[in-house]
Design a protein around this ligand. Structure first.
Ligand SMILES: [Fe+2]
Length: 377
């Protein structure tokens, strides 16, 4: 008899979990919104300056416009506090994000990065322990700035540079979700290229997928010592001392090597395909293309003029056995990704939430001398 309430409660939770729906408050204030409109001007991909592998003739000339439900748009309408908006947003994401892959929220009353931080804490993903997020994201390989204990700038890299669509990956602990907030859109460009990973996996050559599934991929990160750095350095992005770096890398199972001039390389293998934790589907969740040296080589403004023999790029990927990826395989992966990306022009106040395992995010380069685009993560 003592066990009976416990046994009954187990049965009671099963149907409730299956039929979970939004609370009446969330359903009332977060309503399906109009699909994302096409950009005012077509978004050039092929031949675009400062885009990784931009001269590739297989790339589409322009990016597709958003589809009816990719990203799915919800419109915020109601008089709620920012923490309350975070609470209803969490409900919405728990219910729908794995279905749509990407959700764009328009109309939230966020006025800058402090509001965005409050909002994200109320959403509550991995931010309950306020240091967990910053700890997990400290060693991301690009350049960004801590704004508050829940928010960073999305990227401080040169505004002309296009950050090709990618999954946030090993350097930040392979997060389940990525949330971006636009405070100030770019004068021209700066769209969010948004990739449908389900379609990408379906269109990739099965032999390419099978080889990566068999071998995995090896991800190598390279940081200069701060005295030699013209981009990032390990003191800034990983830890201030060699001892602290090694402690961090060992805790995360990386192998590493110190170069004679004080630079640091570290590497680890990761699978190319994973099982989605919520839906159980196989997903192309990796960073094989955007962790390849060509992410910088010939594309990034600080690396575009490097001579052919230069080999100190911040990132590189190979097959898991260390053999180089064939050029046509890399081209094929990028081509399929761009063909399954849609352009999401940014509006001030937009919050876009990616299921990081189901969708790819990035940033189109922006142009013009006006105020800089301000986007936070
Ligand atoms: Fe990213």
């Amino acid at each position: 008899l003592q066990k009976l309430p416990h046994m009954l409660s187990r049965f009671a939770t099963v149907p409730a979990a299956r039929t979970r729906v939004l609370s009446s408050l969330a359903a009332a204030v977060l309503r399906p919104g109009s699909p994302v409109a096409p950009p005012a001007k077509p978004v050039q991909i092929r031949g675009r300056p400062f885009l990784p592998d931009g001269a590739n003739p297989r790339f589409p000339e322009f990016m597709a416009s958003a589809r009816e439900e990719f990203p799915k748009v919800f419109s915020a309408q109601g008089d709620l506090s920012i923490p309350e908006w975070g609470g209803v947003t969490r409900e919405l994401m728990d219910e729908y994000l794995h279905q749509y892959g990407v959700i764009l929220l328009r109309g939230l009353p966020l006025q800058g990065s402090a509001d965005f931080g409050l909002f994200m804490k109320a959403v509550g993903w991995r931010l309950k322990d306020k240091t967990a997020y910053l700890r997990a994201i400290q060693a991301r390989s690009m350049t960004s700035t801590v704004v508050n204990d829940a928010v960073r700038t999305a990227s401080d890299d040169h505004r002309n540079y296009t950050i090709e669509p990618h999954n946030e990956f090993h350097t930040v602990g392979c997060p389940r979700y990525i949330t971006l907030y636009c405070e100030t859109p770019a004068e021209e460009g700066g769209e969010w290229p948004t990739g449908d990973s389900r379609a990408i996996l379906a269109q990739l050559d099965p032999e390419v997928v099978a080889k990566f599934e068999r071998l995995g991929a090896r991800y190598t990160v390279f940081y200069e010592h701060k005295d030699n750095a013209f981009y990032n350095c390990w003191q800034g992005n990983v830890a201030p001392t060699k001892e602290a770096c090694e402690k961090y890398l060992k805790a995360l199972n990386y192998e590493f090597k110190w170069h004679e001039d004080g630079a640091l390389s570290y590497w680890q293998n990761f699978p190319a395909i994973r099982v989605h934790p919520k839906t159980g589907e196989r997903v192309w969740f990796n960073q094989i293309h955007a962790h390849h040296e060509t992410f910088y080589k010939g594309a990034h403004p600080l690396f575009v003029d490097k001579p052919a023999e230069f080999d100190r790029y911040p990132v590189h990927t190979t097959y898991g056995d260390g053999t180089p990826m064939e050029r046509e395989v890399l081209d094929h992966i990028r081509e399929v990704i761009w063909k399954n990306c849609v352009a999401v022009p940014t509006q001030a106040g937009d919050v876009i939430v990616y299921d990081n395992w189901l969708a790819k995010h990035g940033r189109m380069g922006s142009f013009g001398d006006g105020p800089a685009r301000k986007v936070y993560v």
